[in-house]
Each structure stands twice: as structure tokens, then as C-alpha cells.
Write a protein that binds this ligand. Structure first.
Ligand code: GSH
Length: 211
């Protein structure tokens, strides 16, 4: 039913985690970013952006990690990755997914891919602006978790926690890793104890930021 085109530790993580949380049977196809496999014509036919992840659902390819999370959550309501439609928690769920994909993901993308702006390395003022934007977003999430945690939606775990965790991991070698904020640290520890996280590490062969 599902084939996930992924690269270890990349934006495919949230989709891989969702599949593991759901327990949905799936095939994995590794895309070797080191050899630019994402730019080969056969892959571009699946994902015209030349990025991972791509999720093929019943023969049709889809891209954008947060959209894939939402699609999976809807297709598998029993996994409770999304609160019921129409509920206040569902509204919070949309809000936080939009927050992460708008306030955080583009700044991360530019941080890791200066080539998107045509340079091998950002000038210091751009790097500083991106760092500030990323840290401001994490400060907001830290305050939210401290006041209304332990999960993004409060008492209940949901798919948006998987999205948050993926982005949190990407901060590990940045000037201020998320583990420097107390509530984010607690959240990370709670989430990294989940079996899906441990299984993903085994399958993707990851070691850094395991727990
Ligand atoms: N907005 C996209 C971003 C995907 C993305 O930037 N993927 C990176 C890996 S984390 C990638 O494919 N990089 C290879 C490249 O851009 O050439 C999503 O969330 O799916």
C-alpha cells in the first residue's frame, strides 16, 4: 500500500515515524542524497522538487512531509495521530503543523542549504538572522510546552509531536541545540523513549541524538 522514499535522518523521518506508529506495512526505498539520486529523472517523475520524502500511496506519489503526516493520520484514525475532526484539539493540531512548516522549516532549509540562495556559504548576517529565527521559534515552543505540555496538544500524544521531534533533532549541531531549553529537553526525552523512535534508529542506521 505504501512505499516511502527516504534518506536517513532527513525530512522523511516524520513520515517513517508515522508509519511505524501506525504499524502500517510499507516498503522503503533509500534515496542517496550524497550521489544526488534525488535529481535523477526517474525520481523527479515521483517528486518534481527533487527532495525526500516521497510517499507512494496505492501507486500515486505525494510529497511534502507535513502533508504526508496529515494524509497518514487521516487514513489511519485508529492510530490517533490526529484528534477528531471538528474538535478544539484538531484546531490546535492544524495550528502547530502550520507553525512548524511556516515558522521553522523554511529557516532550517536555508540554514542547511545556502545553495538555495545561490551561495556556498551564507554571509554572517544571513546566518545570524536564520539562527535567530530558529531559536525564536524554539523559545515559543518551549514556553508552550512548559505551560501546556507534556505534549504539543497537552495530555495526549499526536502526530504533531513526531513533526516537532524531527525538527528538534536537526538542531543537534547548531549553536543552540533544543536540549538547552528545559521543557524541550523533557519533551525530547519523553519522545525518544517511544518504541517508534528506537525502531527508526535501527532501520535508518542512525546513532547521533539517540536519547
Ligand atoms: N518541505 C519539504 C522539504 C524536504 C527537504 O528539504 N528534503 C531534503 C532533505 S531533509 C532534501 O531532499 N534535500 C536534498 C536536496 O534538496 O537536494 C518537506 O518537508 O518534505
Amino acid at each position: 500500500m505504501y512505499t516511502l522514499y527516504y534518506s536517513p535522518g532527513s525530512a522523511s523521518m516524520v513520515v517513517h515515524l508515522a508509519l511505524l506508529e501506525i504499524g502500517a506495512p510499507h516498503d522503503l526505498e533509500k534515496v542517496d542524497l550524497a550521489t544526488d539520486a534525488q535529481r535523477r529523472p526517474a525520481y523527479l517523475r515521483l517528486n518534481p522538487r527533487g527532495q525526500v520524502p516521497t510517499l507512494v500511496i496505492d501507486g500515486k506519489p505525494y510529497f511534502e512531509s507535513a502533508a504526508l503526516l496529515m494524509i497518514l493520520a487521516e487514513r489511519h484514525p485508529e492510530a490517533k495521530l490526529a484528534p477528531p475532526v471538528g474538535s478544539g484539539m484538531r484546531a490546535d493540531w492544524y495550528q502547530w503543523i502550520a507553525f512548524f512548516t511556516n515558522a521553522l522549516a523554511p529557516a532550517y532549509r536555508l540554514w542547511f542549504y545556502p545553495s538555495d540562495l545561490g551561495s556556498a556559504e551564507h554571509p554572517p548576517f544571513v546566518r545570524e538572522a536564520l539562527r535567530q529565527r530558529i531559536e525564536d521559534a524554539w523559545s515559543l515552543v518551549d514556553a508552550h510546552l512548559a505551560a501546556q505540555g507534556p505534549y504539543m496538544l497537552g495530555a495526549e500524544f499526536s502526530g504533531v509531536d513526531l513533526l516537532a521531534l524531527m525538527y528538534m533533532r536537526w538542531s543537534r549541531n547548531m549553536p543552540r541545540p533544543v536540549t538547552a531549553w528545559p521543557a524541550l529537553r523533557q519533551f525530547a526525552d519523553r519522545m525518544r523513549a517511544r518504541p517508534s523512535w528506537q525502531r527508526l534508529y535501527e532501520i535508518e542506521g542512525l546513532t547521533e541524538w539517540a536519547a
